[in-house]
Write a protein that binds this ligand. Structure first.
Ligand code: NAP
Length: 267
């Protein structure tokens, strides 16, 4: 029988964090050992997510909690301002981070890679854990070889903190790796309203739509002579990310250094 993995969750009260707590309580080979959320300290983590009490009390201090927990993996869905501190704390305790929080910079990723290698453990940074979104990114990277003119339009709820989304940045990076840098559009174009053409990345544009009622969607639009090709992915609910998070918790045990992108954990 496989070893039971001891899992810590930061951001346990958050929208994603609650789904992670439910998933960890449900999976037979996972044991929830730590749940952190500053504004819900003292509450049973099971009760926090609308389930039976599970005996794990939500705490505010990750460092203190990890000292006593012998956790194997930390799953973090928090906010860009705190994720790096959480990850540094986890690695210091020899706990492998699985990071869903978006908005991390290339310098953050490099720092995490160095810290992980010093401890000879692995970690995952995944801007998107959904299989459909991973396929959208892979298809987009393939198309970019043949149709290099592209724009990305991503749609999220109006309370999202970072823009553009982590998924759109990851998609842009994969596209950039598959085509020559190409500054698109009319060289003489100018914006009558600032930002009208979206964010600039490697010659192309990323547009971030933020509206109430929207969950998470992305379109990658390619234009060629007399034709366009659109690749679109729609996420409808947070539970859809959890099978991916469960795979990540298991697979992160077997790697060293940072893995950036959930696509590396699936065939
Ligand atoms: P959310 O509902 O705002 O949750 C964030 C949670 O983090 C809140 O419960 C907040 O607690 C908590 N938090 C703040 N400071 C903390 C700290 N120091 N330690 C522990 N927890 C802390 O946001 P969400 O919708 O769950 O999204 C969370 C992140 O996941 C975002 O970056 C989002 O972009 C990302 N995301 C990633 C994926 C993916 O597939 N990778 C999918 C969806 C979302 P308080 O309320 O107490 O402040």
């Amino acid at each position: 029988m496989s070893k039971t993995l001891r899992v810590a969750v930061t951001g346990a009260k958050g929208k994603m964090g609650q789904e992670v707590v439910k998933m960890v309580l449900q999976e037979a080979d996972f044991q929830l050992v730590v749940a952190i959320d500053p504004s819900s300290a003292g509450v049973d983590a099971g009760v926090l997510v609308g389930k039976e009490p599970c005996g794990v009390i939500v705490q505010a201090d990750l460092d203190q909690a990890l000292r006593e927990s012998a956790a194997d993996v930390l799953v973090d869905f928090t906010i860009p301002q705190v994720v790096m501190d959480n990850v540094r704390t986890a690695i210091r305790h020899g706990v492998r981070p699985v990071i869903g929080t978006t908005g991390m910079s290339p310098a953050d990723i490099e720092e995490i890679d160095n810290l992980l290698k010093e401890k000879a453990i692995g970690g995952l940074i995944a801007p998107n854990f959904s299989i459909g979104a991973i396929l959208m990114m892979k298809f987009a990277a393939q198309v970019a070889k043949y149709m290099p003119h592209v724009e990305i339009i991503e749609y999220h709820g109006d309370q999202k903190l970072d823009a553009p989304s982590g998924t759109s940045i990851k998609t842009a990076e994969l596209i950039a790796a598959n085509r020559q840098e190409l500054r698109q559009g009319n060289p003489h174009e100018h914006e009558t309203i600032d930002g009208a053409r979206g964010g600039y990345y490697n010659g192309f544009r990323i547009h971030s739509v933020r509206l109430p009622g929207v969950f998470a969607q992305q379109e990658v639009v390619f234009g060629g002579y007399g034709q366009t090709l659109k690749i679109r992915h729609d996420s409808y609910e947070r539970a859809g990310y959890m099978p991916g998070v469960a795979v990540a918790v298991r697979k992160v045990m077997d790697c060293t250094g940072v893995v950036y992108g959930f696509e590396h954990f699936i065939d």
